[in-house]
Design a protein around this ligand. Sequence first.
Ligand code: GLY
Ligand code: MN
Ligand code: MN
Length: 436
Amino acid sequence: MQQNEFKRRRKQLMQQVGKGNIAIIASAQIRPRNRDVDYPFRQDSDFYYLTGFNEPDALAVFIPGRRQGQYILFCREYDAKKALWEGAHSGLEGATGDYAADDSFPIDDVDDILPGLLENKEKVFYPMGRDSDLDHRLFEWLNRIRGQSRTGIRAPAEMVSLEHVLHEMRLFKSAAEIKLMRRAAEVSAKAHVRAMQNCRPGLYEYQIEAEIVYQFMREGLRSAAYPAIVAAGENACILHYTNNMDKLRKGDLLLIDAGAECDHYAADITRTIPVSGKFSAVQKLLYQLVLDAQAAAIEQVKPGAPWNSAHDASVETLTRGLRDLGLLHGRLSKLIKEEKFKQFYMHRIGHWLGMDVHDVGDYQVDNQWRLLEPGMVLTIEPGLYIAADCGSVDAKWRGMGIRIEDDVLVTQDGCEILSKAAPKEIADIENLMRAG
Ligand code: GLY
Ligand code: MN
Ligand code: MN
């Protein structure tokens, strides 16, 4: 992502924050995994969105209209010994030179400098309650200013949620963001193809996970957007299954939910395939129903459509299909009204997708479902999960979990499926697996 993109975002943020006010956001921190080993560092999405700065121990401050500089970055000072052991870091000069901060200061000086920047500001925009360390320090800085009130200095009177402003910006993806999301989706689709080609009875779920991670890594996408779900047979009925330790058995379905992250942007794709390479007649019926529900939902993704239209379309298709196949009994309208589908389809159609896999952005505005607009990206992921012990249906249906999930960009005149390179038609999957 180019620096210009981050500059544009900061400009937009400054306009929203307004003169006389201040915004503060902290980087993510390194978290210990065990002795002398840390979890891989992942920058806070909001912080990265505004700064492009990929280091811990940093704090960004935005002061619209400040003559000496509007964008101030606190970060670690350059330390040659640290660079030798841990690799390069920007230092104060890098913060202004490479990351276009107007001014930079050592993070260790933040307690001395920040109160001065807060003086006489009206509102403080910051991510309230997200980082207890920042919450705590902010109140200390404010108290320090309040202590000087007799000198005429005023402390800010209002706290405003920075997320409210920022997440609305993040909901609309720019051309540069779409490019990264397209790449994340393309690489993830390739990983799903690789999984299909390598799938066979007798392997273990983790061996399929290995194929997926291998494909991400060899394309330079070293992080998955979330831990892969590789769930064979009835494991697929556990929505957040990540144990991935069971054996793949002939005759079972395999649900794979996996997506890569490309420069902080996620893909989120699910495919469900037959372990042996061929769907049974019963599996075909249920699979095709989920696929039809997905097509009906995607049909609803266009500018001006309310967010829930896609969900409602999936509910109607799935409920009708379940009734036609004999898993539900009764009148369609009554089954939908009484939400009888929920025992088999217990989640919603999808979610916003972006820097976070379950991305930010309101789903409702003024108590109304939001209308889709170009630049929004969402997942469309209907599923059916028939528990192994589901007594209300014929035994032939039990122990199957099917989900089909794609990443969909709202365009000017409809939508584009970013993840379309991962096959999902029955014949396409079977052909690919036969060749594999
Ligand atoms: N992979 C998480 C989800 O599908 O929402
Ligand atoms: Mn998913
Ligand atoms: Mn999803």
